[in-house]
Design a protein around this ligand. Structure first.
Ligand code: B12
Length: 330
């Protein structure tokens, strides 16, 4: 393979042609300050019961460790925003936006495979030796041992806000992230996060979080985060926190909804599979969830969406909490 001035530009164009909303290229070098923040985050126990976040510390801090001969990181972003209806039916619990349509891991995974086929065609056109794609490209969406927001910021996709989210100048923080590491020596983007805005003195997200999960600027204590409690946590939720979960049945968007940058920048997603109508929708009937008797019934409702993650027991636990909270409020 050879290095060309235009390869990065070409790859970005191919990413946009495939439907990605954002693409930037950066170096796989360790970012010492980010690795240190991540180490401290683990040391404080902010990862809660997500043992995999601790187990992958070394690999997650160093993208070069993920494949032999990594020379570049291609960061990708996809806008998933859809608005809320004005009201939610009584007895329903809210599903956070990222999970309303088809499972984004699958949607983006398919897109990355399509992008890699296009890249392969382009390289074959230029290369003297045809590359073995599997040896030169590896990719992940969310589940890889990768500090996605950190490298997305360095690749020019946005800036990291006080709510910890990667905020983009066109779409706000309503973007999924994914990455391809490659042995291709690409040109890196020279990014300045400030081009995407700044939080300044604003601390609306910190003040709005019902459970006080944003413990410092950009630092989330997962043990208190409603997203963690309703999706990743496997046992009972302490009563003090359950009472603050409100209507949130699966995940939470509060720290993103109150962000003034997000309110201005939110743009309806162009990706139909991510729309609520393609998955479980904006909210679910908690009584119906509590009446689901079997795994088959649960899968009829949730298969192909992110809601399989907490399993039937987890969703039922959340449904009981939402109904209790609605009873208390009425
Ligand atoms: C574990 C995890 C969680 C956990 C822990 C959250 C957390 N903050 O770490 C839980 C379950 C709580 C969670 C919740 C959510 N998540 Co999540 N999660 C992840 C995952 C798998 C790893 C994150 C991680 O590495 N955490 C460790 C900490 C130390 O890293 P970090 O938060 O990224 O912080 C880094 C930087 O922010 C920076 N930093 C830290 N402090 C500061 C301070 C300043 C001032 C600056 C400049 C930088 C900075 O340094 C850190 C280390 O590099 C990523 C996917 C991935 N592979 O990266 C998705 C990911 C971060 N999640 C995502 C989403 C969508 C969510 C939710 C919105 C889902 C929802 N609606 O319920 C919430 C948002 C909660 C929040 N405000 O962060 C998206 C975020 C997209 C974006 N635009 O930012 C990701 C990238 C998944 C994806 N592929 O799209 N998540």
């Amino acid at each position: 393979m050879r290095k060309t001035e235009t390869t990065s530009t070409e790859i970005k164009q191919l990413a946009y042609d495939t439907g990605f909303d954002l693409c930037g290229v950066t170096s796989p070098e360790i970012i010492p300050a980010a690795a240190e923040r991540y180490r401290q985050w683990l040391q404080q126990g902010y990862h809660a019961d997500m043992a995999w976040m601790a187990a992958s510390q070394e690999r997650r801090s160093d993208p070069s460790s993920l494949m032999e001969g990594v020379r570049s990181v291609i960061m990708l972003g996809l806008n998933y925003y859809s608005p809320n209806a004005e009201t939610m039916p009584v007895g329903h619990g809210r599903v956070s936006r990222y999970a309303r349509g088809r499972d984004y891991h699958k949607v983006i995974g398919r897109m990355i495979k399509a992008l890699l086929r296009k890249i392969e065609t382009t390289i074959n056109r230029d290369a003297v030796v045809m590359p073995d794609m599997a040896r030169h490209f590896k990719w992940w969406v969310d589940y890889g041992p990768f500090l996605e927001r950190t490298y997305a910021e360095r690749a020019g996709l946005g800036f990291i806000g006080k709510n910890g989210m990667l905020i983009n100048r066109s779409f706000g923080s309503w973007v999924f992230l994914a990455e391809i590491v490659t042995s291709l020596p690409l040109e890196f983007d020279q990014a300045d996060p400030k081009d995407h805005g700044r939080c300044g003195k604003c601390r609306l997200c910190i003040d709005a979080c019902p459970t006080g999960a944003i413990v410092e600027d950009g630092v989330i204590d997962a043990r208190r985060c409603i997203s963690y409690l309703t999706i990743e946590h496997r046992s009972d939720i302490p009563a003090e926190l359950a009472a603050k979960i409100g209507d949130n049945l699966f995940g939470c968007d509060i720290c993103q909804e109150v962000c003034p940058l997000n309110q201005k920048r939110a743009t309806l997603t162009a990706h139909h599979d991510l729309l609520p109508g393609k998955g479980v929708g904006e909210s679910l009937d908690c009584h119906k969830l509590l009446n689901l008797g079997s795994r088959e019934q649960f899968l009829t409702l949730t298969a192909g969406t992110a809601l399989t993650r907490p399993k039937l027991d987890g969703l039922k636990r959340n449904a009981r909490i939402v109904l209790d909270n609605q009873d208390q409020a009425s």
